[in-house]
Write a protein that binds this ligand. Structure first.
Ligand SMILES: C[S@@+](CC[C@H](N)C(=O)[O-])C[C@H]1O[C@@H](n2cnc3c(N)ncnc32)[C@H](O)[C@@H]1O
Length: 460
């Protein structure tokens, strides 16, 4: 299974000026101009509401069909940019708190309702308890949603349950271990002592982090982080920033920007980026003084996006290969390979809370096997003494330290640990073994970061 969470991808969202409008669309129950009225038979006609319709489709897609949030949103057109951002925010909030919401709903439901009705109730509770939507709007929008979706027989239930949650919900939350409830047990135990900090980290919306091209100015409103990334508030729209068209920067989480920096000096080297799109790390490589950069991407639409991003950034010196890195053979071996392997993407929960609910232990197991195959393929492409930088945006041991342990046990690789000097700007990310490892709970006072794992190996 290919996971293609683009942690370096331009992040969807709204400008900061617009984000208050997004919040108000969720809070007020307003989206595109709403008209309610009477049907011919005298019944109330439900008001159109693009935001709830989209949020409902996204949530049902994740919960019922284990789809990815972004994919489901792409499949459902409609609404303007702000409606879509508001729908994304509502669905993402519901997904972040879905365990707690389920616990709160439990005593009010004598029988399990049909899955779409449960989704609608979850959205209603998310509005009431986590998005400050006034009770009349939170209840009314969900009742109307059920009517629009042919679920009118459940409007009485929704009305009664949501009104009770509006009255008693805050009291019911008291004493609940929300972090524990909001994470599926298999993930909670896999994260061990980091679990609570990770959960509190992903409750928060991610800021927009940028990597600047060398010499570019720090955009106004941006904060320069110790690692060199620039941080802007959550909801900032990158495409609206001055310098975007001129290719002065690209979106890349502060943690995601570290692996390429940890590759060491690349001056004059031949370097490959094996899983390249949308190209955040390719762009870093192209600026790092390498003599030749080859970017391999298997998925045609993603390869097209990679080319577009490189063109915007004015990086014509990268050779893009549309192909499968597991079987592709270069004409000459490389000095260095970056392998940003497909993974479960549990490190990106702040942006993709659907990962909590649509991944299973068997997915991680299958991904780990593919990661081993990628490491073997990288071995074939490197000169003896060549460097492999292995990276995943995953919090799971199976996709990080366990893969490196297996590679080292094969006797074909040596570990080149990251030194304290190399990680001086993010010392908390350096493990005893000399790996790079982050999670969303780090840098709490600065707004957090994605979870990443990276290690540097040398081909024997
Ligand atoms: C984690 S993303 C890479 C993100 C990218 N390195 C960046 O920083 O922008 C993984 C990428 O690997 C691609 N991919 C998956 N399997 C592949 C394969 N066998 N060969 C080449 N690319 C592959 C996916 O389509 C996806 O674009």
């Amino acid at each position: 299974m290919t996971q293609s969470r683009p942690e370096g991808a331009p992040q969807s969202g709204t400008s900061s000026a617009a984000s208050s409008s997004v919040s108000s669309r969720v809070a007020s129950g307003r989206s595109s101009p709403a008209r309610s009225g009477r049907t011919r038979s005298g019944g109330r006609r439900p008001a159109p509401d693009v935001v709830r319709d989209l949020a409902f489709d996204i949530l049902c897609g994740v919960v019922e069909d284990r789809r990815m949030l972004e994919t489901t949103l792409e499949r459902h057109p409609g609404g303007d940019g702000r409606d879509r951002a508001a729908a994304h925010r509502l669905a993402a909030t519901a997904l972040r708190h879905m365990g707690t919401i389920g616990e709160i709903l439990q005593p009010f439901l004598k029988r399990e309702p049909p899955a779409p009705v449960r989704c609608a109730l979850i959205l209603g509770v998310a509005q009431l308890l986590y998005l400050d939507t006034p009770p009349h709007a939170a209840v009314g929008t969900i009742v109307d949603l059920l009517r629009r979706r042919g679920l009118a027989p459940f409007t009485g239930l929704a009305n009664a349950v949501l009104r009770r949650v509006a009255r008693e919900g805050e009291t019911l939350r008291e004493g609940l271990d929300e972090a524990r409830l909001d994470v599926p047990p298999w993930l909670w135990s896999a994260w061990g002592p980091r679990a609570r900090a990770i959960t509190h980290g992903f409750y928060r919306e991610a800021p927009l982090d940028l990597t600047l091209r060398p010499g570019a100015e720090v955009p106004r409103e941006g904060t320069l982080l110790p690692t060199g990334s620039v941080r802007l508030p959550p909801g900032t729209r990158m495409t609206g920033l001055p310098g975007y068209e001129e290719g002065q920067f690209w979106a890349q989480d502060a943690a995601a920007a570290m692996p390429v920096r940890l590759m060491g000096d690349l001056t004059g080297q031949r370097v490959a980026d094996l899983c390249a799109a949308p190209g955040g790390k390719t762009a870093q490589l192209a600026h790092a003084g390498a003599d030749h950069v080859t970017a391999v991407e298997r998925e045609a639409p993603r390869a097209a996006r990679l080319r577009e991003n490189l063109a915007r950034l004015g990086l014509g010196n990268v050779e893009v290969v549309e192909g499968d890195a597991l079987s592709w053979k270069p004409q000459q071996p490389f000095d260095a390979v970056l392998l940003d392997a497909p993974c479960s993407a549990t490190g990106t929960l702040r942006r993709h809370p659907d990962v909590l609910w649509n991944k299973r232990p068997r997915d991680v197991k299958a991904l780990a096997e593919t990661q081993d195959a990628f490491i073997d393929a990288a071995h074939e492409m490197l000169k003896p003494g060549g460097k492999l930088l292995y990276a995943v945006c995953s919090l799971q041991d199976e996709e990080g330290p366990d893969r490196i342990a297996k590679a080292l046990a094969s006797g074909r690789w040596a570990l080149a640990p990251f030194t304290p000097e190399e990680l001086a700007t993010m010392p908390e990310a350096r493990t005893q073994e000399g790996y790079f490892r982050t999670h969303p709970g780090l840098w709490e006072d600065r707004g957090g970061m994605d979870g990443f794992f990276a290690a540097r190996l040398v081909r024997k």
